[in-house]
Ligand binder design. Structure first.
Ligand code: GCU
Length: 343
C-alpha cells in the first residue's frame, strides 16, 4: 500500500515535471480544461470524500467547460504535511489538512488545537461557523501561500489503546501514544503523563500493529476506516480535543479567479461543508456500532475532569504566548456559555 502510494506520488510529480507545470496550480489539459487536483488522507467512505464529490459535481455543473476537478483520497498524493507543501507551491490546487498541522505554518492555528477549548460539539460548531472567530485565523495563512476556504467536522478526539483501559490520566503513564505532528499535541501528552509519539496518520496502523505504539487518539472513524479498531480494544471518551479539518487552496489560484468564478467556488465550499457535516453524525454512529460488534472494541466513559485539570495550564500558556488571540478566545467562551456541555 505504502509503495503504491509512493508510486502514485512519483507518477504525479513526473506528470507535473513533464508538463513543465510544477509551481503553477492546476494544469491545462489539451482541450483547455484546467485540472484541479484535490488531495486528502481519508478513505472513499469518509464524509470528507462524500463532501468533496458534491463539491466536484457542483463546480463542474457550473464551470465544467473550464475546470476538471480530480479528487485523490487515501494519501495518494502524500501525507498531509506533504500535501500542504504541494498546495503552497501550486503543484496541486487544494488539500484537506488537519488544523493541528497548520499550527506549524501559522501560529494562530494553535488556538483550535487547545485541549478542552470547546465546552460541547454545539459550541465547537457555532464557533467554527462564526466569521469573527475563523476569519482572522483563516486569513493568517495567506503569507504562507495558501488560503483556508472552509472547515470540515472531525468530531471529538479520544484516547484508544491496544490493551489498557484509560479511566484517569494516570492510566496514560508510560504509554507511547501517537499524536499529530504539532507542538500543542506534544505538550498535551506531556501534561497528561503519556509519551507523545508524533507521526503522520498513514503510518499509525502499521505502528500499532507492530506494537511500536500502545495507542493513539482520534475520532471513532479511525477505528473502522483506518483499521485501528482491529488492534486497539479500548476507546475512552476523554473528549480532549475538537480539531477541525480545513480545506486549503493555493493562493495564486484563488486570487486568479474572476469575481463570478469566486462566487461559484464559494458556493461549492458551502456545499462541501454542509454535505460533509450532514454525513458526519451517521458515520460516527455506524463506526461505533461496527467497532463494538465486529471489532470487539470496548467504549469507556471516564470522568473527564482530571484530564481537563491536567491540561488547563495550556490555556494560560497560549494566551501568554499569543496575546493577539485573546479576543478570539473570549468570543469562543461566549459560545461555550451558550452551548454548555450537558454532562
Ligand atoms: C482525523 C482528521 C485528519 C487527521 C487525522 C490524524 O482523521 O480528520 O485530518 O489527519 O485525524 O490524526 O492525523
Amino acid at each position: 500500500m505504502k509503495q503504491f502510494k509512493r508510486a502514485a506520488v512519483l507518477a504525479l510529480a513526473g506528470a507535473l515535471a513533464v508538463g513543465g507545470l510544477s509551481g503553477c496550480s492546476g494544469s491545462a489539459a489539451s482541450n483547455g480544461v484546467q485540472i484541479i487536483r484535490i488531495g486528502h488522507n481519508q478513505s472513499t467512505n469518509h464524509p470528507t470524500h462524500t463532501g468533496l464529490l458534491a463539491f466536484e459535481e457542483y463546480i463542474e455543473s457550473q464551470l465544467g467547460d473550464k475546470y476538471d476537478i480530480q479528487i485523490f483520497p487515501s494519501e495518494l498524493l502524500g501525507s498531509q504535511n506533504e500535501m500542504v507543501q504541494l498546495t503552497q507551491t501550486g503543484a496541486i490546487t487544494f488539500c484537506v489538512a488537519s488544523n493541528s498541522l497548520l499550527e506549524t505554518f501559522s501560529e494562530n492555528y494553535t488556538l483550535f488545537n487547545l485541549p478542552y477549548l470547546f465546552s460541547s460539539p454545539e459550541a465547537y460548531h457555532a464557533s467554527m461557523d462564526d466569521p469573527d472567530i475563523v476569519g482572522p485565523i483563516f486569513e493568517s495563512t495567506m503569507q504562507a501561500g495558501f488560503e483556508a476556504v472552509t472547515w470540515l467536522d472531525a468530531g471529538t478526539r479520544n484516547f484508544y489503546t491496544i490493551d489498557t483501559p484509560i479511566n484517569t490520566p494516570a492510566d496514560l503513564h508510560g504509554l507511547k501514544i501517537r499524536v499529530q505532528q504539532s507542538p500543542t499535541n506534544v505538550r498535551m501528552m506531556e501534561l497528561l503523563g503519556g509519551s507523545a509519539t508524533p507521526m503522520g496518520f498513514g503510518d499509525v496502523y502499521t505502528a500499532l500493529q507492530a506494537q511500536m505504539l500502545d495507542g493513539a487518539e482520534n475520532n471513532e472513524l479511525a477505528l473502522t476506516e483506518n483499521g485501528h479498531g482491529d488492534v486497539c480494544k479500548y476507546y475512552s471518551y476523554t473528549m480532549h480535543q475538537m480539531i477541525p479539518d480545513i480545506l486549503i487552496g493555493n493562493l495564486d489560484f484563488m486570487e486568479g479567479l474572476s469575481e463570478e468564478e469566486r462566487a461559484i467556488f464559494d458556493e461549492g465550499f458551502e456545499i462541501l461543508n454542509q454535505t460533509q457535516r450532514d454525513a458526519w453524525e451517521t458515520a460516527v454512529e455506524e463506526a461505533k456500532a461496527y467497532a463494538e460488534t465486529e471489532q470487539g472494541v470496548n467504549f469507556i466513559y471516564p470522568d473527564i475532569t482530571p484530564f481537563q485539570e491536567a491540561v488547563a495550564p495550556m490555556h494560560e500558556e497560549m494566551l501568554a504566548d499569543y496575546p493577539d488571540l485573546a479576543p478570539i478566545y473570549e468570543l469562543i467562551q461566549e459560545h461555550n456559555a451558550e452551548y454548555a456541555s450537558e454532562s
